[in-house]
Write a protein that binds this ligand. Sequence first.
Ligand SMILES: Cc1cc2nc3c(=O)[nH]c(=O)nc-3n(C[C@H](O)[C@H](O)[C@H](O)COP(=O)(O)O)c2cc1C
Ligand SMILES: Nc1ncnc2c1ncn2[C@@H]1O[C@H](COP(=O)(O)OP(=O)(O)OP(=O)(O)O)[C@@H](O)[C@H]1O
Length: 181
Amino acid sequence: MKVHTPHNLDICASVLTIGALDGVHRGHQALLSKAKIRAEELDVPFVVYTFDPPPKVFFRNCLLLTTLEEKLERLENMGADHVIVGSFNELFAKQDIPVFIKELKEICPIEIWEGPNFLFGKNRKGTIQTLSQHFNVKIQPPVICEKGEVISSSRIRQLYKEKNSTQANHLLGWKNSLIEI
Ligand SMILES: Cc1cc2nc3c(=O)[nH]c(=O)nc-3n(C[C@H](O)[C@H](O)[C@H](O)COP(=O)(O)O)c2cc1C
Ligand SMILES: Nc1ncnc2c1ncn2[C@@H]1O[C@H](COP(=O)(O)OP(=O)(O)OP(=O)(O)O)[C@@H](O)[C@H]1O
């Protein structure tokens, strides 16, 4: 797996997933697995575009579930061929959506895989519909836990706050998920 800064990956076809992916939890894992399978079927590299720190950590000071190093390790485990890491700061967040779309076009995605409620870009104004105007977007149905709740980084952060690290680690689904709080 190769790690890149934005605008530094030169490929002519890919399957792409974009996301903060903090924790690379069981919902992310299902999404990434699907995208990886499609990349293999299409015989193109599987590219993940992620952000460091996760936007919610940057804007709202949320608990960080995985350091960049841990996240990259997990993404490698999920079969990512290339990871683009956008350093998330004020300047990055100010980029207009068409600018970000133009950057994504550099990666030439044949398919972009996301979950159903994916929002992106400045002020979270970009939707699946926005993305679909430019790319072939595929949706992974939401992965829910045994209790019927959608697995999310926010839910896992909440479980850690409630000191329920057993359930948090269960939703993360990685053996070495140990956050001390
Ligand atoms: C160019 C760009 C600008 C962004 N600006 C904002 C922003 O102003 N406010 C915000 O909450 N998130 C912003 N984000 C983060 C997105 O809303 C979103 O968190 C990110 O695309 C990852 O999606 P995910 O949270 O579903 O993983 C921006 C993302 C990008 C790519
Ligand atoms: N449970 C899930 N099932 C399927 N896809 C998911 C799930 N959770 C997140 N995704 C998808 O993973 C991608 C990255 O999402 P993101 O990193 O924002 O995860 P999140 O768990 O929703 O985070 P947060 O709770 O901090 O908003 C998005 O396309 C999102 O829709």
